[in-house]
Write a protein of this length. Structure first.
Ligand SMILES: [Zn+2]
Length: 273
């Protein structure tokens, strides 16, 4: 009896928290056009609504996330608290990420696997990755993409990026005042600061600049050097993009050989926001 009740509850919770979503109900021609252009580059793009704060990563807040990039079966997950206009923005934002990955060849950077071909080994490797690695590498792909896609959406589709700008501000304020962060996370924050300056403006009044670490500033200045020229009208070629990211990581003290770009392999471990 108890067991069957619990099973039913579990099912209900699952159904309530994750439901597939049809963009037609948003009545946005621009979004439909973007969706069709994206699905002509990568098929099987699914959109799902996630409930009850599942879109949050720690204390940060995200309106949407895309998973399944590497196996070319992307699922866009949008938060249930978004209103109609925000849903259009959030889905368009994720679709633009997919366009950059699959049409423009600007893939997502990840750690190189230790023994290609050994799926068990690969799985263990990625499962052992610390969360801060995921944050730093995810932020590299996010920030480089955002410098391009905010203007791409505005100019090609007339879709604003207000929601992204709002969340960038909110999450930057929260994360920059978190003193417990490790080296990779502080590098990631330096990237966010660089993105903030490019998309919003000076951040001196937003966070306590005197108490940011040397890692924060190192990544901030290196991001300016390696990605400062990125924009919708100055999109890098895939080879230049990958070279810039590897040089950025090398300048931070990592080995270029330890990284690779997805989709290329078969493992699916990363998401973009
Ligand atoms: Zn994004």
């Amino acid at each position: 009896m108890t067991e069957s009740v619990q099973t039913e509850l579990t099912k209900d919770v699952f159904v309530l928290h994750k439901t597939s979503f049809n963009i037609a109900c948003l009545e946005s021609e621009a979004l439909q056009r973007l969706y069709h252009e994206t699905t002509s580059c990568v098929q099987n793009v699914k959109i799902e609504v996630i409930g009850n704060g599942e879109g949050r990563r720690g204390r940060e807040e995200h309106s949407a996330t895309t998973i399944g990039l590497a196996r070319q079966r992307p699922v866009i997950e949008i938060a249930d608290w978004l209103d109609k206009g925000q849903r259009i923005e959030a889905i368009a934002h994720e679709l633009a990420h997919l366009l950059l990955v699959y049409r423009s060849g600007l893939g997502v950077v990840g750690r190189r696997v230790p023994r290609p071909g050994d799926s068990e080994d690969i799985f263990r490797f990625f499962m052992s990755m610390r969360g801060d690695w995921v944050y730093l590498l995810g932020q590299i792909s996010n920030t480089t993409h955002h410098l391009i896609l905010i203007d791409l959406l505005k100019q090609e589709y007339g879709i604003e990026g207000d929601l992204h700008i709002y969340l960038l501000h909110q999450n930057f304020c929260v994360a920059a005042n978190d003193n417990m962060r490790d080296k990779e996370s502080q590098y990631g924050m330096g990237l966010v600061a660089f993105e903030y300056e490019r998309l919003i403006g000076k951040f001196g009044g937003t966070i306590d600049v005197d108490h940011q670490s040397e890692f924060f500033w190192e990544a901030y200045h290196l991001a300016q050097k390696h990605f400062g020229g990125y924009g919708f009208r100055s999109m890098p070629a895939p080879s230049a993009y990958e070279g810039n990211i590897l040089s950025f990581l090398e300048a931070l003290g990592y080995q270029r050989e330890d990284f690779m770009f997805f989709p290329e392999g078969k493992q699916d471990f990363r998401s973009i926001t």
